[in-house]
Design a protein around this ligand. Structure first.
Ligand code: PEP
Length: 251
């Protein structure tokens, strides 16, 4: 099965409008359309419309949001709806990043609603799962990830699941410079695919792209991408410099 390869850059809360503009211009200047890789840029909300204008002629450079509130509109001060994300040209939305789970206490049940509403609006959710260091050290990695998958993806048909992208991001590897070894990552990716198969069927599970995230850089991406069940990367720090992000895209 040939799966879509996706490299997504999560700029988190690191770029103001000028910095986002410079970063995307830098990317565009040296980005050669690699047809087999879908590149997704996730700037802060405030820069989405500007970045969209700058990338709209690049067919493989797509826009994603870092988060979303799961209602179309309403009295939710400070929140951003899927309809709004669509209106600025977003194709993807990150759901359940570990920083949202930790700092904003987003539960699997709430994330399940976000995934559902994203799909309702034809946004592709990048649903993030991953264990903390304490969980890994107490041998709970697989149990934690299973719960995140079973609860976060509850109630979806195989047709819906096919439209979701999963990101495995061990929390201990995010922004720490510690990468999971390709073998550690592959073991969890294979487990995720098996769980997805239980939630739907083998064919559906086989078609889903599962991204790895956690201190991915040009120096380690090739080895990670060489693993059978790793179909791309969700990149934080190294997506903030055009050179290093391009080094990852051109792995
Ligand atoms: C992330 O925030 O999703 C991430 C993987 O960050 P970093 O690449 O900086 O570890």
């Amino acid at each position: 099965m040939v799966r879509k390869v996706i490299i997504a850059g999560n700029w988190k809360m690191f770029t103001d409008l000028d910095e986002a503009t410079q970063l995307v211009k830098g990317l565009k200047a040296s980005y050669a359309n690699k047809n087999d890789v879908e590149v997704v840029i996730c700037p802060p909300f405030i820069s989405l419309a500007t970045v969209r204008e700058l990338i709209k002629t690049s067919s493989n450079l797509l826009l994603g949001a870092q988060n979303m509130y799961p209602e179309e509109k309403g009295a939710f001060t400070g929140e951003t709806s899927p309809m709004m994300l669509k209106s600025v040209g977003c194709r993807y939305v990150i759901v359940g990043h570990s920083e949202r789970r930790e700092y904003f206490k987003e539960s699997n049940a709430f994330l399940n609603k976000k995934v559902k509403v994203a799909l309702d609006y034809q946004l592709i959710p990048i649903y993030c799962v991953g264990e903390t260091l304490t969980e890994r050290e107490s041998d709970k990695t697989f149990a934690v990830i299973k719960t995140q998958l079973v609860e976060g993806l509850a109630g979806f048909s195989a047709e819906q699941l096919k439209k979701i992208v999963i990101a495995y991001e061990p929390v201990w590897a995010i922004g720490t410079g510690k990468t999971a070894s390709p073998e550690q990552a592959e073991a969890v990716h294979a487990f995720i695919r098996k769980e997805l198969s239980d939630l739907s069927d083998a064919k559906t599970a086989d078609s889903l792209s599962i991204l790895y995230g956690g201190s991915v850089k040009p120096e380690n991406v090739t080895e990670l991408m060489g693993k059978e069940n790793i179909d791309g990367a969700l990149v934080g720090g190294a997506s903030l410099k055009a050179d290093s992000f391009l080094g990852i895209i051109n792995y």
